[in-house]
Structure formats: C-alpha cells, structure tokens
Design a binder for this molecule. Sequence first.
Ligand SMILES: Nc1ncnc2c1ncn2[C@@H]1O[C@H](COP(=O)(O)OP(=O)(O)OP(=O)(O)O)[C@@H](O)[C@H]1O
Length: 256
Amino acid sequence: MTTVPGIRVDSASKRFGDLEALAPVELSIDAGEIVTLIGPSGCGKTTLLRMIAGLERPTGGSITIDGSTPDAARKAKRIGFIPQSPALLPWRTVEANARLLLDLNSSANPAAPPDPIDLLERVGLGEFRQAYPHELSGGMQQRVGLVRAFALGARYLLMDEPFAALDEITRADMRHLLAELCEPTGAAVVFVTHSLAEAVFLSDRVAVMRPRPGSIVDTIDVGLPRPRRPELEDDPRFFALESSLRTTLMSGAGRE
Ligand SMILES: Nc1ncnc2c1ncn2[C@@H]1O[C@H](COP(=O)(O)OP(=O)(O)OP(=O)(O)O)[C@@H](O)[C@H]1O
C-alpha cells in the first residue's frame, strides 16, 4: 500500500443541519510544516481542526493523515490536540499533569518522545514540578499544556487558539516558546489563531479563511527562515508580512 505522508484535506466539507459550516476545502500539510488557520469568527477554523483531529466527521470529501483516517492516526498517537484552555487535572501535580497523556496511552510511541521532566525544565517550570495547577498563573498552566502535548511525541500537533486567554506579553513569550519546542521535535503543527503576529511568527504557511460558507480564500507562504527567534518581531520583513496578511484578511472578509 502506498502511504501519502502528511495531512491531506481533500474537498472536505461540513454541514451542521441547514448550516454549511465549511464548503469543500483543499489543504496539504507536510511532515514538520507549521500551518496557521486564520479568519473571522465563524469561518470554520475550529471545525476544520476538529475534522483533522477526527473529533468531527466531514459531511463530504476526505481527510487522511500519513495515509490513514484521522481516527486511526489519533489512536496511533500521531496526533496531539491542544485546546484553548489546558484543562489540567487539579489533583495532579505539574509533573503528573505533564505525564498525563503518557499515562493514559500505555503503549509506547514508536518515536522516542521527549522526556517531560526535560521539557518542564526547558519551559522554565523545573522548580514547579511538585506544584498544583491552582498555584500557577494562566501562562504557566498553558506551558504545562504544551509540555503534556509535546511529551506524547506526536508527529502532528493541532492547536485551537491555545494562547487566546493570555495577556499580550505572556502571549508573545508563549509563541516564542512554541517555536523553540517545535524545532527539535520536528512536529508538524496546525495552529488556529486570530493573531496576525502569531500567524507570521510561527508559520511556514498561513491559510486565510472567510465565512458563509467557511472556505480558504488564500494561502500565504511566510518564507522566513526557521528557527524563528524573538528578534524577528523587530525585522521589517515581519511587519511587511503582517501588513500583507491583514490586507488579505480584510479583503477575504469583503472589507477592502
Ligand atoms: N456542533 C455544532 N453544531 C452546530 N453548529 C456548529 C457546531 N460547531 C460549529 N458550528 C457552526 O459552524 C460555524 C463555524 O464554527 P467554528 O467554531 O468552526 O468557527 P471558528 O472560525 O472557529 O470561530 P471562532 O473564531 O469564533 O472560534 C459557525 O457558524 C458555528 O456556529
């Protein structure tokens, strides 16, 4: 059997009753690529992400991950899903929360996943291993959420506005941290956001969406070298890309 590597969204569409949430969408994401979905509220970003995660079934078309169904990919631990709120278990310590997905998925991942303790050190939470979630700030909790997802060693990480609830400064720290974590693991990321800065800083490509019905109107190649460092946000190329993405977003929403 030939395996098609990466995430392939082939004319996938979604209806909720009478509502056409997503018109047929085409999207290909290669191994190791970081792709952002951006667009106004209600354009179907979460719906598309949930279909890729196998949490919603497309009404039409198909989605494959390394040649298998999203459901099979999730069961094989190829996919990690990171929601807006990290939903840590209050009765488990930081370290036990970081290990949670490993504990729930007893069969070993074929690719040796990174050690959660090392990851906690890398994200600056080494001293908080024995703390409980209520003792942490929102940004620290989301860092535990990232560690928990990366510790699973999944090849594909699907993130639904993971930093939306954080203040601007913490949010910037988090995107810098995420970019750093992605490099050694080589994980591909599909990242949903409303933030132009997050889209430009993190992505290899940005898929711009519009609503009624949800669709991808343009895909922008960011073309900046990786690894991305925080200084990039002072680079004129960063501002130029942010501005061009804003224009595409406004015209996609019919506001030009
Ligand atoms: N389970 C559901 N049942 C019915 N309608 C739904 C369901 N999930 C989403 N929708 C509808 O589908 C459309 C797309 O929703 P979705 O949450 O994917 O948009 P979004 O782009 O992620 O929005 P936001 O940026 O506000 O999170 C919306 O009109 C929404 O009301």
